[in-house]
Design a protein around this ligand. Structure first.
Ligand SMILES: [Zn+2]
Length: 310
């Protein structure tokens, strides 16, 4: 894909926080592991669910971070970008600058794509009056961040979308985590992550986040939500194909990333399906592909598919 020379979105905030953010996040992680040691992983999970005022979406989720700790992931390996006193995240290193510019171009492209899709009404219908597309804001931060609608978060949780303030939060160092820890390299894999979070924003606008399938658990509903966000990311990829010169190799990068962050792959097969919150590798690849091949968000109606056919 090519992003040079393309419009960068101005719906963007750089939350360079100096050392405070990183220290805060490190503290947060330390506290989390202290709690896990004290009340066990199960108790911690229950506590997290009980504190479900925190309500945001991301490809990994808090629970995934905990699974990572439980199933031999690499906790504490989160890289933090030092921004220095009063510095910005994007100016902290050439890599960060590049990551910021790249993210802003992808975000701008999602604005064009979803602006048109909303105008044409090419969306699944969940009863909400979607109206015109209202673009979300992308916040970049380093280490830790205070959101306006979802409380505080550290980089450990990965990129996420907060419905309460309609913002996407990304620590650009996550792109390195993808490459090294998750073995999901490539610029289009990174674009997929941004587009997936934007997909959650689209869900927020069309009322998909209110959907509940009778008799299903919260985890099962979560899987439907996440697979739809993957499918929406695919719709964006399809529509942006010509302008960003997205090719076959790019598609392979996204599919590989979707595979690498499937619940079965992330937990190395040690979690059973009832614990899945984002879907298996096969499901995530399939739904991304469905959006990418069709370019039609109405094909992404994961709420009207029997659970065993997701
Ligand atoms: Zn998600």
């Amino acid at each position: 894909m090519r992003t040079d020379g393309h419009r960068r979105s101005d719906n963007f905030e750089d939350r360079g926080s100096g050392a405070g953010g990183a220290v805060g996040a490190g503290l947060g992680a330390g506290v989390l592991f202290a709690i896990i040691r004290r009340i066990g992983i199960r108790g911690t999970l229950i506590a997290i669910v009980a504190l479900a005022g925190i309500y945001f979406f991301n490809p990994f989720g808090i629970r995934d971070a905990v699974f990572g700790a439980l199933f031999g992931g690499v906790p504490g390996q989160t890289q933090t970008t030092s921004t220095g006193e009063g510095g910005t995240v994007c100016d902290s290193s050439p890599g960060a600058t590049q990551a910021c510019d790249f993210s802003r171009v992808v975000l701008a492209s999602t604005e064009d794509v979803w602006g048109a899709q909303f105008q044409q009404g090419r969306l699944p219908n969940y009863g909400a009056q979607a109206g015109n597309y209202q673009a979300p804001t992308l916040v970049v931060y380093a280490g830790g961040v205070q959101t306006e609608g979802c409380g505080g978060a550290s980089s450990e949780v990965g990129p996420f979308y907060c419905p309460g303030d309609r913002k996407l939060y990304i620590d650009p160092s996550f792109y390195q985590v993808m490459e090294t820890r998750l073995q999901a390299a490539g610029d289009f894999a990174q674009a997929y992550v941004v587009a997936h979070e934007v997909g959650h924003h689209v869900q927020n606008l069309i009322g998909a986040t209110q959907m509940q399938v009778r008799g299903e658990s919260a985890n099962e509903t979560s899987v439907r939500v996440e697979l739809q966000a993957d499918c929406f990311a695919g719709v964006w990829g399809h529509t942006a194909q010509a302008s960003l010169q997205i090719d076959e190799a790019d598609l392979r990068e996204a599919l590989n990333a979707a595979h690498q962050i499937g619940d079965d792959t992330l937990t190395q097969g040690r979690a059973d399906e009832s614990q899945f919150t984002h879907g298996s590798s096969a499901q995530r690849m399939r739904w991304f592909r469905r959006g990418f091949d069709s370019g039609d968000a109405r094909q992404c109606d994961t709420f009207n598919v029997p659970g065993n056919q997701l």
